[in-house]
Ligand binder design. Sequence first.
Ligand SMILES: *Cc1c(COP(=O)(O)O)cnc(C)c1O
Length: 408
Amino acid sequence: MSDAWRPRTQMIHGGLERSPFGESSEALFLTSGFAYARAEDAEARFSDRDPGYMYSRVGNPTVRSFERRMALLEGAEDAAATATGMAAVTAALMSHLRAGDRVVSARLLFGSCHWVVSELLPRFGIEVELVDGSDLEAWARALAKPAKLVFFETPGNPTLELVDIEAVAELAHEAGAKVVIDNVFATPLLQKPLELGADVVVYSATKHIDGQGRCLGGVILSDAQTRKDIVHPFLKNTGPALSPFNAWVLSKGLETLPLRVKAHGEGASRVAHFLEAHPAVRRVLWPGLASHPQAQLAQRQMQGGGSLLAFRVEGGKTGAFAVMNALRLINLSNNLGDARSLATHPATTTHSKVPEAERQALGITDDLIRLSVGLEDPEDLLEDLDQALQGSCRVLAAPAATTPVAAA
Ligand SMILES: *Cc1c(COP(=O)(O)O)cnc(C)c1O
């Protein structure tokens, strides 16, 4: 095994620990506990003299193998896996914080992350300040006072707005804060937050890492000491452990992640350019497009635009729903990073709990559709989108009298 291997090689060979049977594909250790030959062996493990396994809430070989592979991919010293992405976000934040601490976070966040930051943390006496993530002056103002943690995602869900990782990390470190980044949209292949100054990176492994819509998982990447002294004690005692079965599925997902991310990106590029030229589309937001409001930043900190894009159509919510309901190939689902393309209407689903005024300020308008571009042949996606957009134009153009009216 070599640390110098490139990601594609690393994702197939890295982190593998063969059992005495010499299996070629990794074994699945679906066990809750581990047996000791003698009472003294158990004593040694509990006293940390013997690093072996004790109980799968604390550690499991299949989970550890997934963690090692993730650390290799991210270029992190170590990783800690969790049952879901939200468990990873919550643990990464809570394990670092105590009453009286101050957190500065971007406002544009995945719905549940927004809840954890704005509702959960303040319950424990943690002061939280939300800022416009794309505004460096807002970050500078908020970080003029000391803080313990800075948290954000980039690109952000669902408008694909970016945060300048390098610049914010510098401000955060001056304020004494560690930087925690949710890197789900970019994946470990397209953006390297640790190289840009982040201290901790979190993923929902449910998304591109599984990549086939099968299971939930999460992972927290950091330096080895942070994992050992801060993150792992929190995880092992509070219990959001990743199932060994899911860890096995996710390790299998990593074997093809570099190839899939490349294909997702090529598909998304085709779809983004197609939509941008389509007369029925008002606006396309994809970090790989020259028209993205932060295209230069995208070029600087990302190695590709990724698989997620958002677009605005004519006719507000009616128009957006008409397009979505006319889709034949693309599924309606709020998941993302799946092999199948998925369309969602953020204003009425993932972000429906965000207050209306805040939604407008964040650009989550009623005419906005988010698309997670899958691995289908892009030609089929373009045909499906084209027929759906044309169909919606006919619906919008139809005289009001022909639309069915519900009986009073
Ligand atoms: C999905 C997602 C999460 C939460 O992950 P789960 O695995 O669903 O718990 C967090 N952040 C982002 C950006 C996500 O897309």
